[in-house]
Design a protein around this ligand. Structure first.
Ligand SMILES: [Zn+2]
Length: 217
């Protein structure tokens, strides 16, 4: 693998945002080098926050606060975050979701309070009403993202919710596909069995691997 590829730096400046006015003038920053593909996280590994979920739970109505919990397979709460959602522009200014949580850092157990907002916007629906979107507030390589997205992600070890593009997330299925493709290109027996397979997906994978092997010559 390319040496430069394996170098990744993530640094965070601007930690706490005290109020909405400040938030909309300034943003928090993340600088990233290139991520090696093998280190790319999948969306399945991340916590996420979805517009439809907030909608179903009645958050897009004036001002509402709540606690969101993530549980493991045993039903135990593994983490939680407090949120406030305001779509009441008259009283609270711009529309936003405010995230509030406490992180414990490193071995020293130092606690960091996080309190930041993600802007919300709306677009009209075909049949009346409006559809809500998050505006991703991350900054990658000095460029503010600003993408309009329906889903935000929080990868393991990260502090701020952001969009899939900023965190360079992939889908597990894609990652597994890439792994199998790689394996087929290195193993002639596996490649042969894929090319002889009755399963259309395996056959397509075999053809793709075969083309790639030929392309290398
Ligand atoms: Zn983004």
């Amino acid at each position: 693998m390319d040496e430069n590829c394996s170098k990744m730096t993530v640094f965070l400046l601007m930690i706490t945002v005290k109020n909405s006015e400040m938030f909309f003038r300034e943003r928090w920053w993340i600088g990233m080098g290139r991520w090696p593909w093998s280190d790319r996280k999948t969306v399945e590994e991340c916590k996420s926050m979805e517009v439809p979920w907030l909608n179903r739970h009645g958050y897009f109505c004036g001002f509402k606060s709540g606690l969101i919990e993530w549980k493991n397979a045993f039903g135990e709460v593994i983490s939680s975050i407090s949120i406030q959602v305001s779509v009441d522009e008259e009283h609270f200014g711009r529309k936003y979701v405010r995230f509030m949580s406490t992180f414990t850092n490193g071995l020293a157990g130092k606690k960091t309070e996080l309190d930041y907002k993600v802007e919300l916007v709306t677009t009209p629906c075909n049949f009346g009403g409006v559809r809500y979107w998050f505006i991703c507030g991350l900054v990658v390589d000095d460029k503010p993202c600003g993408r309009r997205v329906a889903k935000l992600y929080l990868p393991p070890g990260s502090k701020y919710f952001g969009c899939r593009h900023c965190y360079n997330l992939t889908y597990r299925s894609r990652k597994e596909h890439d792994k199998r493709l790689d394996a087929a290109m290195k193993n002639p027996e596996l490649l042969k069995s894929l090319l002889e397979s009755d399963d259309a997906r395996d056959l397509l994978l075999g053809i793709k691997a075969y083309e790639k092997v030929l392309g290398r010559r």
